[in-house]
Each structure stands twice: as structure tokens, then as C-alpha cells.
Design a protein around this ligand. Structure first.
Ligand SMILES: [Zn+2]
Ligand SMILES: [Zn+2]
Length: 142
């Protein structure tokens, strides 16, 4: 993901207003590989900037997603997850107990569906989620 300065520049080029609140969100997302939920981003942003609203966080994430700077994922953990890693193609490890998400760089041989199975679909992406327990959850009694 781009740095706060690069994103500020990009937003201005698109004619979008860049506020300190938005910059705080850029900073929180940059280098975060935990795939935060919008709610957890909001909490972290509020700690730095008590006046920030949940709406601003949603709006900023939506703008970033529309520009292709983050991807918003539904990995079945109950909340949308914001993924700032748009540079490296990757798949995900998902903890079914605590919802932890981690990137897995994985070079899979091209997965092709035979035409018969595609049912007329044009396939543009393949996503693989490895589900199970993370190390912390596995170490705890159920
Ligand atoms: Zn876990
Ligand atoms: Zn990811």
C-alpha cells in the first residue's frame, strides 16, 4: 500500500478532500497486515483523533477501495476486512474462532475450470481461504 504522502497526493489529484482524519486512516492502514475491520480501524483512529466519525472511516475506506488502493474482503468472519496489500497476489489464512486473517503468498498453478463447469461465467479471479485455528486459539481449550 502507498504511504500517507502518496495517498494524500492521489486523493488530491482525484479532487477528493484530504483531512487530518483521513490521513490518520491512511497511516493506520499502511503496513497493517492484520486485515482490520472498519470498526477496529475506527477504534484505533478514535484513540488518535477523538472527533473522527465512523462515517468518515467508512467513506475513506470506500474511496480507497474505489481507487484500488485497498480491497474490502468478506472472509466469513462476520465483518468486512480491509486488506491494504494490493501489490502482491496472495490468499488468506482465516482463524474460524477469533477471526484472525493472515496473508499467504502462494504460487498456485493456474486453476482452470473446464468450460462445462463454468456455466457461462467469465472467471476473473480465484481466491483460496485456508480455514482453521490460529496458533493462539489452538493453544487454548475450546
Ligand atoms: Zn484464532
Ligand atoms: Zn490479504
Amino acid at each position: 500500500m502507498k504511504t500517507v504522502d502518496q495517498l494524500t497526493e492521489l486523493f488530491r489529484q482525484q479532487g477528493l478532500r484530504v483531512t487530518p482524519q483521513r490521513q490518520a486512516i491512511f497511516g493506520l492502514l499502511h503496513g497493517d497486515d492484520r486485515h482490520p475491520t472498519v470498526e477496529s480501524l475506527y477504534e484505533a483512529a478514535q484513540a488518535r483523533m477523538p472527533t473522527i466519525s465512523l462515517k468518515t472511516v467508512y467513506q475513506t475506506v470506500n474511496d480507497l477501495a474505489a481507487m484500488g488502493e485497498v480491497v474490502v474482503l468478506d472472509l466469513g468472519t462476520g465483518s468486512y476486512r480491509v486488506d491494504p496489500n494490493v501489490e502482491d497476489e496472495h490468499h488468506h489464512l482465516v482463524c474460524t474462532r477469533c477471526g484472525k486473517v493472515r496473508d499467504v503468498p502462494l504460487d498456485l498453478p493456474d486453476v482452470h475450470l473446464p468450460a462445462r463447469s463454468r456455466r457461462g461465467f467469465t472467471v476473473s479471479a480465484v481466491e483460496i481461504n485456508f480455514r482453521g485455528l490460529c496458533d493462539e486459539c489452538a493453544a487454548q481449550p475450546a
